[in-house]
Design a protein around this ligand. Structure first.
Ligand code: AMP
Ligand code: TRP
Length: 317
């Protein structure tokens, strides 16, 4: 089976945008690839985050991933910082990466423009660490959200630079994009669902029934808003009902109240077993820790192999 790698930052709550745009693919691809999934806690250090929050987020994220369907029997799941090699390979890649390539990254420009004070160097070299995450396992396939395509392109540039400078060693990793490219905000129908636009704009997978019902009830229902809600329904609801509502919508007869009630029902139905699993893992944290430890141990073996060869190739050994 081909090797696949992906990572997610432990920077806060997982919402339906993250799930549909990225994590659902992680779950679905487990039977087709040799999957390695990482909670990229070192990437989270590029933003101001309290140590306790980072620790807590990482464990919660592991729980969420397991509850959403990441199966440790099929895939490796581990914390990035538990495996030696990610930052070591990132350093070697830093020495091959032109600063100008890093400065043109959209995510860097966005993050940097939000800062008032100094911009830390980690924010600039963030995509180099991301390339190291992927290439440490020589992964050929990387499921990501649309916003990560540019980082994937840079990963290929870095692999090419390494292969040209030394010898052909790294693959040129290809992205896989999920069908839900942009899940939209409930509150601002023309913006994507995101934590940065406030609680009312997203549904977190840990939100309770009352919160979810309220958020959907308050969702904006202009023309675009209705289309967004219909799209969201298409992912969680029944196919026939979706088609029925689309017909009603086209003839201007769809009541937004009906759509909202159906959507609420469908989302709650999807989240019920997920939240039951979250509760189970919350009560059994030691099991989660064991899964992460085991994942890290297996990932470390692969990482060690790559690093031994890379050190030989570049002349460090
Ligand atoms: P973030 O929460 O920005 O760290 O995103 C984590 C992953 O979820 C990334 O791969 C994003 O592309 C994906 N993602 C986040 N928000 C959305 C959204 N509204 N629609 C689709 N994908 C998303
Ligand atoms: N930068 C990615 C994001 O913001 C997270 C990430 C870090 C990642 N390393 C990765 C994704 C390696 C895919 C592969 O979502």
């Amino acid at each position: 089976m081909k090797k696949l790698f992906s990572g997610v930052k432990p920077t806060g709550k997982i919402h339906l945008g993250n799930y549909l745009g990225a994590l659902k693919n992680w779950v679905d691809l487990q039977s087709k690839y040799d999957c390695i999934y990482s909670i990229v806690d070192m990437h989270a250090l590029t933003i101001d985050i309290h140590p306790d929050e980072l620790r807590d987020n990482s464990l919660k994220l592991a729980i969420d991933l397991l509850a959403l369907g990441i199966d440790p029997k099929k895939s490796l799941l581990f914390r990035q910082s538990d495996v030696v090699g990610h930052t070591e390979l990132a350093w070697i890649f830093n020495c091959l990466t032109p600063v100008s390539e890093l400065e043109r990254m959209t995510q860097f420009k966005d993050e940097a423009s939000k800062k008032t004070g100094n911009i830390n160097a980690g924010l600039l070299t963030y995509p180099v660490l991301q390339a190291a995450d992927i290439l440490l396992y020589r992964a050929e396939t990387v499921p990501v959200g649309e916003d990560q395509l540019q980082h994937l392109e840079l990963t290929r540039i870095i692999a090419r630079k390494f292969n040209n400078r030394y010898q052909r060693y790294f693959p040129e990793s290809k992205p896989i994009i999920s069908p839900a490219r942009r899940v939209m905000s409930l509150k601002y129908p023309d913006k994507k669902m995101s934590k940065s636009h406030g609680e009312a704009s997203y549904i977190a997978i840990r939100d309770d029934e009352v919160t979810i019902t309220k958020k959907i009830k308050k969702a904006v229902t202009d023309e675009q808003g209705i289309l967004n809600l219909l799209e969201l329904y298409s992912y969680f609801g029944q196919k026939e009902k979706y088609e029925e509502m689309m017909v009603l919508h086209k003839s201007n007869k769809l009541m937004s109240l009906q759509l909202k009630e159906e959507l609420t029902k469908a989302v709650l139905e999807f989240l019920k077993p997920v939240q039951e699993k979250i509760a189970y893992y919350e009560d059994n944290e030691s099991k989660v820790e064991k899964i992460l430890r085991n994942g890290a141990k297996k990932a470390q073996r692969q990482a060690d192999q790559t690093m031994a060869q890379v050190k030989q190739i570049v002349g460090l050994k």
